[in-house]
Structures are given as C-alpha cells and as structure tokens.
Design a protein around this ligand. Structure first.
Ligand SMILES: Cc1ncc(COP(=O)(O)O)c(C=O)c1O
Length: 385
C-alpha cells in the first residue's frame, strides 16, 4: 500500500495526477460540472451528433424492440441482424470487401494487431501511435520497431535494415493523430509498404466522419483504399455512438472472427448502440456540410491563434497548443476553465515528456463568436515555453 501512496504523491507533485470530474448535464457543447457551466473543448463529438434526434430515436426504438442488451457474444446468441447491417455499411463506406465490429477502439486495436501478427513478424509503428496500438503490438509478440513521428526517411532506414529478417511485416499508423491533430503521409506510406512487401494498417478514429468526400476518412481523401490492407476506426468520436470496426479483405475478417480473443470473448454491443452507429453513418453521408463547416472552424481557430503569435500545427479539428512543462499546462487549463472553457491539459505518458499541451477539440457546434472569445482568453492567459 505504501507503494501506491508514494506513487500518487509523486504524481501529484509532478502535476501528473489524473482525477475524474463528473458532468451533471450536457447539451451539445454546453456542459455543467461542479455547479458551473462550461463550453466543452475536450469532447470528440466533432460533428455535434450526440444529441441528434435521429440517433436518439434510432437508439430508443431499437431498445424497445430488442431490449437493452445483446446478452451474449457474437458467436453465441448476441449476433443480431443489425450488427451485420452495420458491418455492411462500414465495408461500403471504407470501400473494402468486409468489416467486423469490435466493442471499442481499444479492443479493436489489441484484437486486430495481436491476432494478425505474432512472434517472427515485425511491426513498424509511428512513435506517436495511440496506446491501444502499442498494447496490441506488445501483445502480438512481434518485433516492435518505432519510427519518428511521420518520418518516412527513418522508416525506410528501418525497413532496409530489418524487413528481410522477418516473415511478415506491418506498418501501422494513425491517419489523423489524436493528440497532435496532424495527418500521416499516407501516399508515401503506401509506396514504402509496396517497396518492402509489408501490410499497411491505419487507425482512422479521428478521421472518420471528417475527411474524404463521403466522410469515410483520410484513406478515401487520399484515394488509397485498395492499397491499405487494414482500416480500423471507431464510432465513439465523430459518429457520436460507441464501438469500433475493422474493414479489410473477407479472409482477414473471417480469420479475426475465428481467432481474435478481444472479439470472441466479449459480449456483443447492445442493440441500441448498434442502431445509433447505423444512423450516424447515414447522417455523415447525408450531411457533408457538418464536416466542411467543422474544418472551416478549425482553420479559423488556428489562424486566430497564429495571429496572436502562437505556433500551432496540423490541419484537422484537433488543435494542440504545446506548453511543455506539465504544471504549466495544468495551470493554463485551469485559467481557461475559470473563464468557462472546458479545456484539459494533456500530459505524459499520453504525450512525450516535455510536450504537455492543451488539446482543443473542435465541434461543428462551436460558432465563430465562441472561437473568438476563446482565442482572446488564450492570448491573455497562456504562455508557451
Ligand atoms: C487513435 C485512437 N485509436 C483508438 C482509440 C480507442 O477508441 P475507443 O475510445 O473507442 O476505445 C482512440 C480513443 O481514445 C484513439 O484516439
């Protein structure tokens, strides 16, 4: 017990203690917390769909029809027709032969990677990949090689040196990085994967619903769906639902159904959640204006910060402001919270040491007036090292 106490004291001193802060009410981007109202800049409800009447109605109707739970894993009696309807819709959206739903993005990444790759294989992973990708790689037993963030030269050096020593190889990356808001060089990755005979897997958690003509993601935007072997994504962000998926060849999907422990040994997602995911996929296709307007807001917000002298990278709806020091990031977030903006500090190990930051997660529901006010408050209260 002393070990745990020391750990917690140490974390607090370093500005790294994590705490839970329950929200008592939510209406779009307006949230209530500890008796105070805030505008939320930390949620991933990018398209503002979480309160959409069509999603709520789809969930309610399906709960009435099928009850609250799937009550068993997919391979037992938890497999409903709507799970298949959702998978068919995902496969179409992602332009792939087949798709499989997992219960969360975390489960999907560990379930996909650790099943398809094993000891004797090699995985090349971007250094800033999400924890679920890293955990999937660790679980796989494959040789784990990391390349500097988006550094294709270093990736090629590693591929030249290591690829031939392994039977199968995977290159894995996020398409839009969750804490940096920048994108991977997808076309260059495709060239390397072909040159060195690797498979390519991408995590589209933060790109789905936002990029691409139909909102399919960055793979669609860059026109490389045939070359990307495994496309993973979630319903938990822009789709305002829950769960995740992988879209790939029929063979890969059938193999995962037969071997992926994260898929097999877990109860299927509830019917109401699946219905919500289906409704969200339809809305994303029908309402391209939401993503266009969101990306326009992101450009406006970035430019506003640049005009005030801040350096901001990326070009997505995720806007990071690197502060550096952990305690300074905590203080900066507190200042913005005092002014009514729910912005959180992102600290190691979620981001590399010395790169603590504020992460602004934009939503379709944030209007220009709110963005202007936030830019002004940031300019008055935040200093970056
Ligand atoms: C890039 C990325 N992949 C996977 C996940 C996990 O998704 P989920 O929240 O559905 O478990 C997240 C979300 O935290 C993420 O940002």
């Amino acid at each position: 017990m002393e070990r745990l106490r020391d750990f917690l004291i140490h974390k607090k001193q370093e500005g790294l203690l994590r705490t839970l802060r329950p929200i008592s009410a939510r209406q779009g981007t307006k949230i209530r917390l500890g008796g105070k109202d805030y505008i939320d800049f930390s949620s991933n409800d990018y398209l503002g769909l979480s309160g959409h009447p069509r999603l709520i109605e789809a969930s309610n109707k399906t709960a009435q029809e099928f009850g609250t739970a799937s009550s068993a894993s997919r391979l037992l009696s938890g497999d409903l027709q709507i799970h298949h309807q959702l998978e068919e819709a995902v496969a179409r959206l992602k332009n792939k032969e087949s798709a499989l739903v997992f219960n969360s993005g975390y489960q999907a990444n560990i379930g996909i990677i650790s099943t398809l790759f094993n000891k004797g294989d090699c995985i090349f992973s971007d250094r800033l990949n999400h924890a679920s990708i890293i955990d999937g790689i660790m679980l796989s037993g494959a040789r784990f090689l990391r390349f500097k963030h988006n550094d294709m030269e270093q990736l090629e050096v590693l591929l030249k040196r290591e690829r031939a020593r392994f039977k199968r190889a995977l290159i894995v990356t996020e398409t839009v990085f969750s804490m940096d808001g920048d994108r991977c060089p997808l076309k260059e990755l495709v060239v390397l994967k072909e040159k060195y005979n690797c498979q390519l897997m991408v995590d589209e958690a933060h790109a789905t619903g936002i990029f691409g003509q139909r909102g399919s993601g960055m793979v669609e935007e860059e026109g490389v769906s045939e070359q990307v072997d495994i496309i993973m994504g979630t319903f938990s962000k822009a789709m305002a639902g829950f769960g995740a998926y992988v879209a790939a060849s029929k063979e890969i999907i059938e193999y995962l159904i037969n071997t992926s422990r994260a898929f097999i040994y877990s109860t299927a997602l509830p019917p109401a959640v699946i219905a919500c995911d289906i409704a969200a996929l339809a809305l994303v296709k029908e309402e391209p204006l939401r993503r266009k307007s969101l990306l326009e807001s992101a450009r406006y917000f970035r430019q506003g910060l640049r005009d005030k002298g801040f350096q901001v990278k990326g070009d997505s709806q995720i806007v990071p402001l690197i502060i550096g020091d952990n305690l300074k990031a905590v203080e900066a977030a507190q200042k913005l919270q005092e002014k009514g903006f729910w912005v959180l500090p992102i600290r190691p190990p979620t981001v590399p040491q010395g790169q603590a930051r504020l992460r602004f997660s934009l939503s379709y529901d944030h209007d220009k007036e709110v963005l202007d006010r936030l830019i002004q408050v940031i300019a008055e209260s935040v200093t970056c090292s």
